[in-house]
Design a protein around this ligand. Structure first.
Ligand code: DX5
Ligand code: ZN
Length: 215
């Protein structure tokens, strides 16, 4: 499968979200990555349901919602109703991950599981065959514009192996510090989805940055 790019709205101009969504809508990126932070699971607060609901009519692109919140299982149908197509929860915030994954799928969405840099890929073994996406955090979640953690390459390799072993078809998404300097190597190692916040919205020409990351 050719890789795909998911621009992260976190780095967009929040005073002009409409223009940011339009730019992505006209770009080759098939997904829009939406980072929801609660100030508890991560040391930052971003945006939530009303913002996702407000931008949903602006595009048909896949809304890839990354929940960095505690008790994500309490908000599954709310995010579905707001317009999420794919919902990722953190393994570190989910003591009953299997149940949460089933609930996301029963709500009609694709299910993703995100893991922090310190969490080994092996922690996913028992759910990997049931999920549609693994969001491998390549920075500590909470902020855009951080430096990529190189150890991520080994985690991608381990995940590719585990995916084979478990018969899983989960996409491997890399989230944090992705840009033109590492995109090619990440895809070569096995990444299917590249999340890009700062390297897109911080670029002088965001649309050109998406095209370059998509190539
Ligand atoms: C970080 C978020 C990321 C963030 C990535 O907690 O999960 O999606 O937007 O931003 P960049 O690409 O700037 O590292
Ligand atoms: Zn994210």
């Amino acid at each position: 499968m050719p890789h795909l790019v998911a621009p992260s709205l976190l780095s967009a101009d929040f005073a002009d979200l409409k223009s940011a969504v339009h730019m992505v809508d006209e770009s080759p990126a098939p997904w829009l990555h939406l980072d929801v932070m609660d100030g508890v699971f991560v040391p930052n607060i971003s945006f939530g349901l009303p913002v996702i609901r407000a931008i949903r009519p602006l595009t048909k692109k896949v809304f890839d919602v990354h929940l960095m919140i505690v008790r994500p299982e309490n908000y599954i149908t709310a995010f579905r109703d707001a317009g999420a197509n794919l919902l990722s929860v953190h393994i570190e915030a989910s003591p009953h991950l299997h149940r949460t994954v089933q609930a996301i799928k029963a709500a009609g969405m694709k299910a993703g599981v995100a893991i922090n840099p310190h969490t080994p890929v092996s922690a996913l073994e028992e759910v990997l065959a049931d999920i549609d996406l693994v969001c491998l955090m390549s920075v500590n979640p909470g902020f855009g514009g951080q430096q990529f953690i190189p150890r991520t390459y080994q985690k991608i390799e381990a995940l590719v192996e585990l995916r084979k072993k478990t018969g899983s078809k989960a996409l491997i998404e890399i989230d944090g510090g992705v840009g033109t300097g590492n995109a090619r190597q990440l895809v070569h190692t096995g990444a299917d989805v590249l999340v890009a916040g700062n390297s897109v919205f911080g670029a002088p020409d965001p649309a050109a940055a998406i095209r370059e990351l998509s190539a």
